[in-house]
Design a protein around this ligand. Structure first.
Ligand code: RIB
Ligand code: CA
Length: 316
């Protein structure tokens, strides 16, 4: 990480609830400069993910950040969304004001290629959805692996059960062929932040309930987009999958990793399973400084002091 200088960042999202929190966190992180956000089909269809991303960035006062629409479906597998978790509109039913900026003409894969060229050796890419855009960009320009300084992927369930099936985490399950392609490429640095660590980080319902109903800014965004999760769905916590991957890109010391070769299963009952074998190029996250991370998220989003929840009764 460049001390003092801002980390040039590109974030790939399938905006959903935790993607929105990750974007909000990025806009409140002085150590980074977000050069662009690319969108991909995942939690919700790509058109909705794109509109949600534009609305969230406008809400956070970051409408100066360009948004590039990407893949509308996985490379080969059938599209499966996660609307049951994120709500039909992808933001827990929260109706944010219309965006103050339009999506760019340039496609997401081309934006990834162009930003990697412009910031060769510096650009950090954080992938928070299915890896379809990254795989397409890599297919178009294999040298991407040397131009991107570091790729941080929210994805995988290595020594823990999955969250779509017992075998698979959603981002990998959604596009296993893209994941296999990306995880096998010779990146300068690639980090996999899987459920092994994200399931140790959650925002508890009790912490959310302390946010005032009329809160504004990133605190108000958190209140609005999590209302359905904590009331209608009765969850006791929200796992901070995407915010953790974003935070790791800015502060790798939050996790400890092991170098692994990752095998991805394409189909059948184990579709999307990720098996890590020792000795490879993917730094798989094994441990996380969870309390410090959750408190940092709360502080940067302007939330009341959080309760570091113990075992959650139910969370997603
Ligand atoms: O498994 C969690 C991941 O899948 C998160 O990125 C969430 O937003 C969904 O995309
Ligand atoms: Ca996501």
């Amino acid at each position: 990480m460049c001390l003092g200088r801002q980390v040039p960042l590109l974030v790939d999202v399938d905006t959903g609830i935790d993607d929105a929190l990750a974007l909000a966190l990025a806009t409140r992180s002085p150590e980074t400069r977000i050069l662009g956000v690319t969108t991909v089909a995942g939690n919700v269809p790509v058109e909705l993910a794109t509109d949600n991303t534009l609305r969230v960035l406008s809400w956070c006062g970051a409408a100066d950040i360009p948004v590039f629409r990407g893949a509308s479906r996985p490379l080969a597998a059938g599209f499966q969304d996660a609307a049951h978790v994120h709500g039909a509109n992808g933001l827990g039913g929260a109706e944010l004001p219309g965006p103050t900026r339009n999506v760019e003409e340039l496609s997401a894969p081309q934006a990834i290629i162009q930003l990697a060229e412009a910031y060769a050796g510096e650009l950090v890419v954080v992938a928070l959805g299915p890896l379809t855009n990254i795989a397409i960009a890599l297919n178009l320009q294999p040298e991407l692996t040397t131009k991107v300084s570091s790729l941080v992927v929210m994805g995988g369930a290595f020594d823990v059960p999955g969250n779509v099936t017992s075998a698979a985490e959603f981002n990998i399950y959604a596009d296993p062929h893209a994941a296999a392609h990306v995880l096998a490429a010779p990146w300068s640095s690639i980090v996999a932040v899987g459920l092994d660590v994200t399931h140790q980080t959650a925002l508890s319902r009790a912490s959310w309930a302390r946010i005032a109903e009329d809160a504004q800014g990133t605190e108000g965004l958190t209140r609005r987009i999590l209302a359905r999760t904590f009331t209608e769905r009765g969850m006791s916590g929200l796992y901070l999958h995407d915010p953790l991957a974003l935070a790791v890109a800015l502060d790798p010391s939050l996790i400890s990793t092991e170098p692994c070769h990752v095998r991805v299963t394409f189909d059948g009952a184990e579709r999307g399973q990720t098996r890590a074998e020792n000795g490879g190029a993917v730094d798989v996250a094994r441990r996380v400084r969870a309390a410090e991370f959750v408190q940092r998220v709360a502080q940067r989003l302007g939330l009341p002091p959080v309760e570091l929840s113990g075992a959650l009764r139910s969370a997603e």
